[in-house]
Design a protein around this ligand. Structure first.
Ligand code: F42
Length: 146
């Protein structure tokens, strides 16, 4: 079993703590926006440690879309590298926890469709993409065995 290493970012770490300690009944939105957040448990690609990453909840049927926006920062967030190396994750959506497998979206048409779903769920993603020259990575997370 690997150790859990909390995020070095205080507000992110606090959100994970509240979300998980409440069993998914508190701390489930982005600050006071009311916009829903999920918690992705992933494995560090160098440390092998357990990492927990809150992301906006973007749903496509039973799948979730994970958006590597990081506020339009110039570089991809580290969890993107973790998912590329270790695609097995756990996803918590409020009280529901599922084992899932992720794949990075490569196909242009699929990307265009999922990007619209992501922006509809969380409109600031559009501004984040305009702010950076990198193409914001998208992953699809699907229930294991589905
Ligand atoms: N970030 C998004 O990109 N998209 C979202 O939709 C989003 C929503 C969101 C909602 C609520 C909330 O609280 C946070 C939200 N965030 C969102 C922020 C998100 O949770 C992450 O904090 C952010 O994307 C940055 O991810 P990161 O993986 O780059 O985190 C950094 C700060 C971090 O944890 N760095 C660690 C460190 O110690 O510096 C490294 C963690 C790590 O995974 N290390 C790897 C390992 O092996 O353990 C190796 C590192 C390497 O070099 O590869």
């Amino acid at each position: 079993m690997s150790n859990y290493i909390p995020s070095p970012v205080e507000w992110v770490r606090n959100q994970v703590e509240l979300y998980e300690s409440s069993g998914g009944t508190e701390g489930t939105t982005l600050r006071d926006t009311g916009m829903p957040v999920v918690i992705v448990t992933n494995t560090g690609n160098k440390t092998g440690a357990v990492r927990k990453t809150p992301l906006m909840r973007v749903k496509d049927g039973s799948a979730y879309v994970l958006v590597g926006s990081m506020g339009g920062a110039p570089k991809n967030p580290v969890w993107v590298h973790n998912l590329r190396t270790n695609p097995a994750i756990q996803l918590r959506d409020r009280t529901e926890v599922q084992d899932m497998r992720v794949r990075e979206v490569q196909d242009e048409a699929e990307r265009a469709r999922l990007w619209e779903i992501a922006v509809a769920a969380f409109p600031p993603y559009r501004d984040y993409q305009q702010r950076t020259s990198r193409v914001i990575p998208l992953f699809v997370a699907e229930p294991v065995g589905a």
